[in-house]
Design a protein around this ligand. Structure first.
Ligand code: PLP
Length: 412
């Protein structure tokens, strides 16, 4: 497998203008890509090029600019389909983000398929965006939510599937990679078990599509949700992929222009997917720039990026073990461990840790990372999280570690 040398990463870093700056007089070490990644110049330029040269609405005008915008928007859909190996680009729906993608499925698919007494199986490590939409659905329908726990190393307790997964479960929705533990969950195993009871599967791929090869056909899921801003693309654009027959059997989520076939005064008929789920003017420039981000990631190579992050993670786990009083959550380094590393430092509040690291130019995130149920199980209100991407270097982890020693000294 191709690996990224120090030289390769230094070269890649030149693609990201934001990384060239100093913060508090120190070079920026950006270790918060799990929250939102940085953007390479060509993505920024693609967005600007749309606004400068061919800004126009899509699917409406017959004039040159509108045709060019429509062509670029639909070509971006094709690039996303290639990125995740979707059988057809008509299965790729542009939404705002992962959160909207999951809400769309919970509302539209859930409204049509979930009844009182049905169950929706989630896990205890889900982001709030893969919990709250299902809670709202359960409240509307009388369905019940059940949660698969995780073990002491932040891995899903698969043995509990036997207890939780039966014919009452109609949907299994879970994260591909935990944004707190970094755990990469065994998707095909869970899909197989879900299929055996006739349940559908939604995979929250917010933390996987940006970081590793994701093939929807090989994974066998029914729906996949991810965000552009975490994968070198702009904010305001995300993707819902769904099997065509499921999408076309679902009622709309939002009503309005572009998603209809025919509008009468008292009723309407609806276009097929993806238009059915793209009511109103979409985020055109953002979608086109997301297509550019997908090309960029494919050119660097998602397997290469994944490998690089696993090396950084292994290095980080080794170095963090040297810091007295530090507890890291999640599995040890290994094939099922991605590049999000959350920890607590005894006697220092996670926000204070992050504030001290900021003074050192090291950007990390502190808080519950939108996973309150997970943190409740851990028994801590918050953690500090460092997360890695293609542009990070081992030296940045060294700076993280020295910042942590400094935090200890200050608060000791
Ligand atoms: N799911 C996971 C696992 C995430 O990490 C995130 C964002 O942190 C989300 C969902 C929500 O993504 P967005 O805020 O882009 O909708």
């Amino acid at each position: 497998m191709a690996t990224l040398s120090q030289f390769d990463v230094l070269t890649l870093r030149r693609d990201f203008p934001i990384l060239q700056q100093e913060v508090h007089g120190k070079p920026l070490a950006f270790l918060d890509s799990a929250a939102s990644s940085q953007k390479p110049r060509r993505v920024i330029e693609t967005l600007e090029d749309y606004y400068r040269r061919y800004n126009a609405n899509v699917h409406r005008g017959v004039y040159r600019l509108s045709e060019e915008a429509t062509f670029a928007y639909e070509r971006a859909r094709g690039k996303i389909a290639r990125l995740i190996n979707a059988p057809s680009q008509r299965e790729v729906v542009f939404v705002r983000n992962t959160t909207e993608a999951i809400n769309l499925v919970a509302y539209a698919w859930g409204g049509a398929n979930i009844r009182a007494g049905d169950r929706i199986l989630l896990t205890m490590m889900e982001h709030h965006s893969n919990i709250v939409p299902w809670q709202l659905l359960a409240q509307r329908t009388g369905a019940e939510l059940v949660y698969l726990p995780f073990d002491g190393q932040g891995r899903l307790a698969l043995d509990d599937l036997d207890r939780l997964l039966d014919e009452r479960v109609k949907m299994v929705a879970f994260t591909h990679q935990s944004n707190v533990f970094g755990t990469i969950n065994p998707v095909t195993t869970i899909v197989e078990r879900a299929r055996a009871v006739g349940a559908r599967v939604l995979l929250d791929a917010a933390q996987s599509v940006p970081h590793m090869p994701v093939d929807v056909q090989a994974l066998g899921v029914d729906f996949l949700a991810f965000s552009g801003h975490k994968m070198c693309g702009p904010t305001g654009i995300g993707v819902l992929w769904g099997r065509r027959e499921l999408l076309n059997a679902m009622p709309p989520f939002l009503g309005g222009g572009s998603m209809i076939d025919l509008v009468e005064l008292d009723h309407s008929t609806f276009a097929a997917a993806p238009a059915r789920f793209e009511a109103g003017t979409p985020a055109i420039g953002e979608a086109i720039a997301l297509g550019e981000a997908a090309d960029y990631l494919r050119e660097v190579g998602l397997a290469t990026i994944h490998h690089h992050e696993q090396e950084l993670t292994a290095y980080a786990l080794t170095r963090l073990a040297e810091v007295p009083g530090l507890t890291v959550y999640g599995p040890p380094a290994g094939l099922d461990r991605g590049g999000a590393v959350s920890f607590t430092l005894a006697g220092v509040h996670p926000h204070d840790v992050a504030a001290i690291l900021d003074q050192e130019g090291v950007a990390v995130r502190a808080g519950h990372h939108c996973t309150q149920p997970l943190h409740r199980v851990l028994g801590v209100p918050a953690t500090t999280r460092a997360s890695f991407y293609l542009y990070n270097l081992p030296e940045e982890i060294d700076r993280l570690v020295s910042g942590l020693h400094k935090a200890r000294q200050i608060f000791a």
